[in-house]
Design a protein around this ligand. Structure first.
Ligand SMILES: [Zn+2]
Ligand SMILES: [Zn+2]
Length: 413
């Protein structure tokens, strides 16, 4: 049993590698987007046979494409930094500057769907279950357990909402111009934003401040309360938080307000006379409004508004000035989808569907036979697949590749 599973895994790995290799020898030249100042960048790759390699550099786009063709990596990365000597060891690289990058991943956002589609699996006997990974498999006692995180449309929508918030803040509070901002789908559960221009010279501390500001770290509600008393005409985060309070009060049901922990008398007055209370807030009488509501309630309200108006970025990515980020146009080893360019504006993101646009194999109509252990229902373009549970299926390449890369299926044909 153990040996034949090993064999199936090996066949599957070889099949996936072969598809990636086809991609990098033909399609990739259309989709790969090399970073500006390519000769100053460090590249790193995850290779199917050798694992991670890094400290590699290329003189030109052609050099890069040639390497990809020869090695067909499962994942490709480059440094957001540009260096004097990108292939030297870390101390000898000579840091010049780095784009400011943001990673928004459904991993960091609470969504109810995770309980439905994230599970763990025992790689020895394939037993699987929802929820947290135990020490040992309850079925065979083995300790080789792996997480199986799936991503669904709700995860992608949640990531997109966060990304939209981030774009709005970057442009209205940091003054980042559209020309200096590019939005990408990550190839898995989220989005990346690359910002170039003046920000390239920022050191790690300044980047940390930006990350903290976006995450709402240090936004102690009581401090905010003091500062916000007269802040209706102030810009930036304060105005954003006030707006969030306004939104909360305009749309929240009495149950939502109760869940925030507000006083019953205040909830009653909101329910009875929402317009008057909101009107008073707008007229600049936040001070009187706040005192009327009561200090405890208003703090809870502000805390909720800070949470609601902050952006769930992965701060490690933003503050690490030597970070390697995924190469646009390359395939994601866990999905077979591309990291692909969305655009530079909110509108471009609003109209973007990763499951139709990050799918380089969508025109391959040949079917692949595979055995699927377990997969929820999912969509590629307009076509739905699954749910599958311990069955043999025949699928077009793109959805088949997704299941194989996710590790929930093996090649059977
Ligand atoms: Zn087991
Ligand atoms: Zn989901």
């Amino acid at each position: 049993m153990e040996r034949s599973l090993e064999r199936l895994r090996e066949d599957t790995r070889r099949f996936v590698k072969n598809i990636f290799s086809k991609y990098y020898s033909s399609l990739a030249s259309t989709f790969i987007e090399e970073p500006p100042r390519i000769s100053g960048r460090e590249f790193g790759f995850n290779l199917f046979d050798k694992g991670i390699v890094r400290h590699i550099s290329f003189k030109s786009r052609d050099d890069l494409l040639e390497y990809l063709k020869a090695n067909s990596p499962s994942d490709c990365y480059y440094s957001s930094a540009f260096y004097m000597n990108p292939s030297a060891s870390m101390d000898g690289k000579g840091w010049i500057g780095a784009e400011l990058t943001f990673d928004i991943d459904a991993d960091h956002i609470h969504t109810d769907c995770k309980a439905e589609h994230d599970r763990w699996v025992c790689t020895s006997c394939r037993y699987e279950e929802d929820g947290d990974i135990p020490e040992r498999c309850p079925n065979c006692g083995g300790d080789k357990l792996e997480e199986r995180v799936w991503f669904c449309e709700r995860c992608l929508l949640a990531a997109r909402r966060e990304t939209m918030k981030l774009i709005e803040i970057l442009s209205s509070e940091f003054g980042v111009e559209e020309d200096n901002m590019t939005i990408y789908f990550s190839g898995h559960r989220g989005f990346h934003i690359h910002v170039s221009g003046e920000v390239e010279g920022l050191d790690q501390n300044s980047r940390r401040e930006i990350a903290d500001y976006l995450l709402g770290v240090g936004s102690d509600p009581s401090v905010y309360f003091e500062r916000m008393i007269a802040a209706m005409d102030a810009g930036g985060a304060k105005l954003r938080i006030l707006r969030a309070i306004y939104d909360l009060l305009s749309s929240a049901s009495p149950e939502d307000l109760k869940a925030i922990g507000l006083k019953r008398s205040f909830i009653e007055s909101i329910v009875e006379d929402r317009d008057r209370i909101l009107g008073r807030m707008l007229e600049g009488g936040f001070d009187r409004f706040a005192r009327e509501v009561g200090l405890t309630s208003i703090r809870k309200l502000i805390a909720k508004a800070v949470e609601y108006s902050s952006v769930k970025i992965d701060s490690v990515v933003t503050l690490d000035i030597h970070r390697l980020i995924r190469l646009p146009g390359s395939l994601h080893g866990k999905t077979g989808l591309m990291k692909s360019r969305v655009g530079s504006s909110l509108e471009s993101l609003e109209g973007y569907d990763p499951l139709s646009e990050a799918t380089p194999f969508r025109d391959f109509r040949d079917h692949v036979k595979l055995y699927v252990y377990s997969a929820p229902k999912f969509r590629i373009e307009d076509e739905s697949y699954g749910p599958f549970e311990g069955e043999e299926v025949s699928l077009p390449l793109q959805p088949a590749l997704l299941l194989l890369c996710k590790g929930v299926a093996y090649i059977s044909g």
